[in-house]
Design a protein around this ligand. Structure first.
Ligand code: HEC
Ligand code: HEC
Length: 297
């Protein structure tokens, strides 16, 4: 039968076109219908506030989606990386009902941002947008310092109306006098936060003896210093005196308590978890370094 088809190019072409059309319908057109389908709504998912919506529009204007996706696929590796610690943190259809157009994107020069809300304190974003390398030394993200310019709020109300989003006069007034950067950070901090994926996160108890295997081992502290500078200094200060994060030299906690904080992070307070990225051994080395500087003012 296939022999026969190959000898009839026109029929082959038509049949191939039909097959491609079916594929296109299933993979492209159907999802477009699903995402804005009201029956997919999730109760906790809220429309954007005026400030968040302006931030979203700037995100589109600047083409952030050329480097960033906004969808965590239901693949183990994607979830582990972009919704760490959770098992069901992948993106749900209902999370995008207010996204017109959606910003799923297809290129990941930078990390996925679907779950960025609450990952860092707002202050981190302000610094990172103005000078990405000050927060992530090896970053190739360009600087967006110019977003410090005033936000044009002249048509904010019309945008809210066009999209049918609810808003209050107070929220509209709050947009006045803000910068584009304020709007961008408000938008980023909302992303992915409407469903409680973090609560489902497995912050399982750390079992075993929480004793530093590098206690009294100077080499551990030396490597810990390097790890500290790469992973912690941007928030806790190069000299441990605190910045976005709290000062660490004055901590009155046991090493075991500090280990738990670093390993599991402090959800929603902006202290990321390092258990997955550093692993136990490196976390202990960082603690050795912190302990070696204890009491410094
Ligand atoms: C040229 C590609 C590129 C563009 C354009 C770009 N970024 Fe990035 N972005 C990156 C890379 C690479 C990283 C990872 C390193 C870092 O954190 O700086 C990143 C990181 C981030 C992070 C932190 C993510 C995390 O989980 O740590 C945020 C937030 C972010 N970008 C927002 C934006 C916004 C908003 C825009 C548009 C105004 C933008 N980016 C434009 C490449 C880009
Ligand atoms: C994105 C910024 C950021 C980074 C990076 C970061 N931290 Fe934090 N960290 C914070 C913030 C913010 C807090 C305070 C949370 C709160 O309000 O209690 C904190 C809290 C802590 C605490 C708890 C202090 C206490 O009072 O119990 C420890 C310990 C700590 N961080 C250690 C580290 C170490 C070690 C690293 C590097 C491996 C690190 N942090 C990286 C932001 C950060």
């Amino acid at each position: 039968m296939f022999d026969l088809l190959e000898k009839k190019p026109v029929i082959l072409l038509l049949l191939a076109a039909v097959v491609i059309m079916i594929g296109t319908t299933v993979t492209m057109i159907a999802p477009f219908k699903w995402i804005n389908d009201p029956s997919q709504k999730i109760a906790g998912v809220k429309p954007y506030t005026p400030l968040q919506l302006e931030g979203r529009d700037i995100y589109i204007r600047e083409g952030c989606n050329n480097c960033h996706t906004q969808t965590v696929r239901p693949l183990v590796a994607d979830v582990a990386r972009y919704a760490p610690g959770s098992t069901d943190g992948y993106s749900k259809v209902g999370e995008f009902v207010y996204d017109q157009p959606h910003l799923w994107g297809s290129r990941r020069t930078g990390p996925d941002l679907a779950r960025i809300g609450g990952k860092y304190p707002g202050a981190w974003h302000y610094k990172h947008m103005v000078d990405p390398q000050s927060m992530v030394p090896k970053s190739n993200m360009p600087s967006y310092a110019f977003l410090k310019q005033p936000l044009d709020s002249s048509i904010t109300e019309r945008k809210m109306k066009a999209l049918g989003f609810p808003y209050t006069q107070g929220e509209l007034d709050a947009v006045k006098g803000k910068t584009e950067l304020d709007a961008m950070v408000a938008y980023l901090q909302k992303l992915g936060n409407d469903i409680p994926w973090r609560k489902a996160a497995v912050a399982g108890p750390l079992v075993g003896d929480l004793k530093n295997p590098f206690a009294g081992n100077a080499a551990g502290g030396v490597e810990g210093k390097k790890l500290y500078e790469e992973n912690c200094a941007q928030c806790h200060g190069k000299d441990l005196k605190g910045d976005i994060g709290v000062p660490l030299a004055e901590l009155k906690k046991t090493e075991g308590e500090i280990f738990t904080t670093i390993y599991q992070g402090l959800d929603r307070l902006g202290m990321p978890a390092f258990g997955d990225t550093l692993g136990k051994e490196k976390v202990w080395k960082v603690i050795s370094y912190i302990s070696s500087r204890k009491g410094e003012k």
